[in-house]
Write a protein that binds this ligand. Structure first.
Ligand SMILES: [Zn+2]
Length: 188
């Protein structure tokens, strides 16, 4: 097993400690779908996360963003392929109305991941996006595994400091009583 694979496995175990369960719900934005069209993207995610149990998802606004790119004479012919792929993902109803303009994707994803705006990733989504500022914002939503593609390689970001702090606290709360007990026993 490669070094990175081991590192990511350990990282995902840390996220599982914070309530992530398989199948992992993987929320993808349109940009990363466009950037991974030439590869078997689900296989790539499965390999990177050492899982066979992944649920790729896309919000209604993200798929509408793709449809909006697929118009006009200058449209990128790759968009049609991205739409076909996105259609195979589970559609996440975001509640942003079809008769209104779609929300910008970063706003839509923020509202889905942190619905109460209290900095909590309520439904435990993994988010894969090429949008640097969206990843930046999501680092303060606890706990959110963040992924992106760089030069054809899928990257899982290290756990954000805010999430790591929570994990440390919870781990201490879980194991300290055990430690105290074992010290107690050793007195006999
Ligand atoms: Zn939306």
């Amino acid at each position: 097993m490669g070094k990175r694979t081991k590192q990511y496995k350990r990282l995902m175990r840390s996220f599982e400690f914070l309530g992530f369960r398989q199948p992992y719900q993987l929320l993808m934005t349109s940009d990363i779908i466009m950037d991974t069209l030439k590869v078997d993207v689900i296989h790539l995610f499965e390999k990177t996360l050492s899982t066979k149990n992944l649920k790729p998802m896309i919000t209604q606004c993200s798929i509408r963003a793709l449809y909006n790119k697929n118009v006009g004479p200058d449209r990128d012919p790759a968009v049609a392929g991205a739409i076909e792929r996105a259609k195979t993902f589970e559609r996440r109803r975001c509640g942003h109305l079809m008769d209104e303009d779609p929300l910008p994707e970063h706003e839509c994803v923020m509202s889905v991941v942190d619905p109460k705006q209290n900095g909590q990733n309520k439904f435990r989504y993994l988010v894969a996006t090429q949008d640097v500022s969206l990843r930046e914002k999501l680092r303060s939503v606890i706990p959110t595994p963040l992924m992106y593609v760089k030069r054809g390689v899928l990257i899982l970001e290290p756990m954000a400091a805010s999430s790591a702090k929570v994990r440390e606290r919870e781990e201490r709360a879980k194991y300290v009583p055990l430690l105290v007990r074992s010290c107690h026993f050793s007195e006999y």
